[in-house]
Design a protein around this ligand. Structure first.
Ligand SMILES: [Zn+2]
Length: 210
């Protein structure tokens, strides 16, 4: 692993954190971002208690794929076990983004999955965004439940908590996070217009695949 690779990934995470804050997907110290170091079995993650709107590369913590700290002055994010579990199971995933995007989080509180109602959402998330039942943040049980769901989804809602998205880059994982929040807002609008009715997933698959 080169110093360069580490600093490139660190810069990407810090910039993405500040952008997520500007876009209102995270507030204060909430949420976290991590990214795999190419060619190494380790990833960089936001430290516990760091503010997203002023995230700096030098604050990030380097950890192995079991979530053990390798270097960094600060403590790891509480959700490090969840990030590590995703990287262990998904070799294609280069970045994980967890936010408390407000509308998507509200869907999780209401126990409702987000559906791919728009064609653009369907193309990236053809099965929508499922809800992972509530488990304590930071727990191994939550890490295992998310790992299992992420085997077949690139985005999940954590019940009464927030959302998690993955991607082949920090930018891709952040874009997906934004897309999930946008899809939640649109689904909420559709439900308001239609007395709560939305198309079923089977109907959407039929429509978009013909
Ligand atoms: Zn959280």
């Amino acid at each position: 692993m080169s110093r360069d690779a580490l600093s490139v990934v660190g810069e990407e995470i810090a910039r993405a954190g500040r952008e997520l804050a500007v876009k209102g997907l995270v507030k204060g110290t909430s949420g976290n971002i991590s990214a795999r170091i190419p060619g190494a079995n380790m990833f960089l993650i936001k430290p516990s208690g760091a503010r997203m709107d002023s995230l700096k590369p030098e604050e990030l913590v380097l950890v192995d794929l079991n979530g053990n700290k390798i270097s960094g002055a600060r403590g790891v994010s509480a959700e490090t076990p969840m990030h590590a579990a995703i990287y262990r199971a998904r070799g294609d995933v280069m970045a994980v983004v967890h936010t408390h995007a407000p509308t998507a989080t509200a869907f999780g509180i209401a126990g409702k999955a987000i559906l791919p109602l728009q064609i653009e959402v369907f193309m990236l998330l053809p099965n929508g965004v499922p809800v992972v039942p509530f488990l304590q943040p930071g727990s191994v049980a939550l890490a295992e439940a998310v790992q299992e769901k992420m085997a077949s989804f690139d985005a999940v809602i954590l019940e009464n908590h927030g959302i998690v998205t993955v991607g082949v880059s920090v930018e891709a994982a952040c874009c997906l996070n934004e897309m999930v929040e946008e899809a939640a807002k649109i689904q909420r609008a559709v439900m308001a217009l239609s007395g709560g009715r939305v198309s079923r997933l089977s109907e959407l698959k039929k429509k978009f695949k013909t």
